[in-house]
Write a protein that binds this ligand. Sequence first.
Ligand code: NAG
Ligand code: NAG
Ligand code: NAG
Length: 247
Amino acid sequence: VNMKTKLIICCLFFFIFSPADGDSNPFSLDKTADLFSSFMSIFSRSFQKSARILSRDRSNFEVPDVVMEELEKISESCLTFEEHKKLANDTENDADQLYRVLHFNEELLKTATEIIGFTELRAVLGFSPPKPWTNSNEIKSRVPANATIEQYYNANESRHRNRILRYSLEDKQVSSAVKFLDKRFPVIRDAYTKSYKHNWDGKKKIDRKIVDDMLDLYDTVYDSIDFRIYDLTRRSKIEECKPKKDT
Ligand SMILES: *[C@@H]1O[C@H](CO)[C@@H](O)[C@H](O)[C@H]1NC(C)=O
Ligand SMILES: *[C@@H]1O[C@H](CO)[C@@H](O)[C@H](O)[C@H]1NC(C)=O
Ligand SMILES: *[C@@H]1O[C@H](CO)[C@@H](O)[C@H](O)[C@H]1NC(C)=O
């Protein structure tokens, strides 16, 4: 997908999703600012990724079609307000609860998705699991020429993190959201593992190019989950959601 197409896709999401949310005050400043920040976050990630790929040999790593089809399950599903409250660990039943919980969960679930993606990537490449979650994300601008491949990976992973976060999350919150996703949407972890293994079978020796390509592949999988999570945390989606019998 080239840069121009990405841009068009970004704009389309912006227009499709913004008026569709059944909020009683759709033009509140807060909401517009949040929407803008979501948009900027997608835009800046796509932009950085295109710039990275253009500046070196193109990656031909891709997400298998079957994975894309399986991810549809997220869009076909929904979460009830009860599930959202539990996930957010929010027991204050006040008038702002719905809005507060949905916003918080959007970010929490995206962060959990990110951690799942990095955990699986590190496992496939044979590196140690991610450190406990922190909001800080300093970026190392230089890796010494003699850095090991794992040090190179560590230095670059942070460039692929979502760097526009509104909430300060704790590791225990993120871990509990990871457990929630593994139970409720196992398709997320599967999507990462299948995509990584489809493109790199572990037989070819890891070099920096493979690390770069795998991190870009991580981005592609993340992007296909990101907008579905956004959709799960829309107010209109919760309102039409009936509790599932099997959960
Ligand atoms: C990986 O990190 C190093 C140092 O931080 C940087 O020079 C290099 O450009 C990064 N690679 C990519 C593909 O961003
Ligand atoms: C790289 O070289 C420097 C000295 O030039 C040394 O201090 C460092 O330990 C080396 N790192 C690795 C991973 O070998
Ligand atoms: C949920 O909230 C309670 C009470 O504030 C707290 O003790 C607990 O650690 C929280 N759990 C998580 C996973 O954040």
